[in-house]
Each structure stands twice: as structure tokens, then as C-alpha cells.
Design a binder for this molecule. Sequence first.
Ligand code: ZN
Ligand code: ZN
Length: 356
Amino acid sequence: MKAAVWHGYKDIRIEDVPEPEVKPGHVKIKVAWAGICGTDRHEYVGPNFIPTKRPHRLTGRTAPLIMGHEFSGIITEVGEGVTGWKVDDRVTANGTLSCGECPMCLAGRDNICYKLGFLGVSTDGAFAEYVIVNQKRLFKIPDNVGLKEAVLCEPLACGKHALDLMNLDIRDKTVVVSGDGIIGISAAIACLQAGAKNLIVSGIGTSKKEFIEGLGARYVNVAEEDLVDVVSDITESAMAHIAFECVGVEASLHNVIKATRPGAAVMIMGVFEKPPVFPMNDFQEGEKVLYTSQAHLYEIGDCLELMSQGKYPYIHKMITGVVDLENIVEGGFEEMNRHPNDHIKMLVRIAGDEID
Ligand SMILES: [Zn+2]
Ligand SMILES: [Zn+2]
């Protein structure tokens, strides 16, 4: 079968590899669509999480391996001991790999397993014609949800998980989201659905302004406006109750802290390539609370349900590009590097419309 195999920094090759074999407790899925995620882009341009020297602590794998963790498809084979799933089921999955034995797994928090791994990072993933997935990670796609749209539930689940983790009532609250990439957008959507009153989303450039304003948020282009000033104006100096950092750079971190009021909650979702200077005093003076969030647990299921109910009427607008697997490097990774601000979600067509 054809697969996009990661060999190293800026070295992803389309190769013919043997079809994977189903294992006990797992299913084999024919992949229809896959999404290129921010983490995939990091793997391409570095620094990477795909193990190159020491084998992964859970899977024992090192590069080369097949990338991709956001996908949809249909089951073509079920392994021994699989219950509740059958051939032809339309599915998507949580790409988390966990040990099932550590204190976090036992507490139901597989997303922070001591030996945490991911499909497409720690073992072969979904940028391929077939992928093998543990039955406990599967989600059934409702009949009225397209295989194409269903891929978006993985990134949407990240925002929902982060919001749920804080366990705050955000109705009528002012919320700031720094970052207009897919993670910032997923946080913004989760907040709007939970009833946030004033939602302010910042980013660079204007290509996503229309989409974000269409959601019902105020868009701040940080190249032209100061986020902290805007929040101050909107709230008559009271500032925001909650803020999400979804960029992973120091200036954005400082902005979200300055944009919040005493007692506020600040959620970190960005992946920092460089460790930021942390403005401790701004934080401590207001007894602000810092939260962090990693991937998601069951929230893909919630998002599929919401999608089925028509709660994401704008979902097709989030798909800003489609590329065939053969062209994933030039038309996918390189395109996203050239125009990082133009894309929300780039999809990879594998079996695509054939099995939709
Ligand atoms: Zn992802
Ligand atoms: Zn574990």
C-alpha cells in the first residue's frame, strides 16, 4: 500500500509498504481522509517527537514510520476479541496510545499516560491506505456526518477537552483566545458553545478574520492592534475572565496574562518551540491560575454528536485545502509552510470520496 513515511527532518517519502496486519483487540481501517495537524508540521520542520535513536517507551518503534493521527475511514477487518465493531463501520479515532497500567491510565486519564504515545508519531499512522487502531480508541461516525467532516472532530476535541478540564462556568464571561490556528479556533468554538459572552480571538494576518467573526467573535490582528488594549476597551478595563494561549510563543503568553483580570484562569494549549520567560509577577499579583491541556479523551465522541446535530454549520469552511497522498509533501507540508496563516485544516485524500 502507499504511505507517507517519515524518515527525518524534511524527509517524508511516499513509499510502497506492506499492508499492516490486524492484531487482537484492534481493527484494520481503510483510510478515507486524514488531516495534517500542527504536530505533523512540527515533525516535518523540527524539532520532532518521532523517536530516531531510542525506541519509544511504549511501542518500541523508531523512525522510519508512517505519519498521521487525524483521520476517518471504514473498518475492513476486526481482530480477535473485538466486540461492538464490524466490517464497514464508519469510524474515526483518538490517536492516543497508552499503557493501561500506570496511575494516570487507571484514573481514566490516558491522555497523560506515563508512557504516552501517538499514532503517526510513536507507531504507524493514518497517512496510508490502511491503519491499525485499538478498538477502545474508536468512535462511530453518525450516518448524517460525512467522512470528510468527521476528521475535524479530532482538533475540535482538543478545544473541548481544554475547556472541560477547567470545569468553569463560562456563561456570560469574557474569554480571550490568542492564536487563530486550528487549536485556537477549536478553543474559541468550545467557548462559544458553552455560552461565552465576549469572545476575542487574536492572530496575525486577516485571512481568517471573516471566518472567526462569522463564529461571533471579535478578531484582533496583532500586527495592527494591541490585544491587551482591545480587551481593556471591550471590558472597560475589567479584562478577561479566562484566556487560552494557542500559539506557543512568549509574546502571546505575556499577552494572555496581561489581558486577564485578577483571579482569572489561563489555559496553555500552544506548543512552545523555545521555553518562554514566564512573567511570574503579573501572574502572582492576581492569584491567576495556570492550566495546561494535552490532546483529549472522549471528546471526539461529543464533537461527532454535535456535528450530527448541525451545531457546526461552518465546518466545511474550516477545510482550507485538500491534497492527494502522493502530493502530501509539496501540496501539504510545503504549502502550509509557505502560507502558514492561510490554512485552518488541510486534508489528505486517501480513499476519499470513493468510500464516502
Ligand atoms: Zn492533531
Ligand atoms: Zn499509562
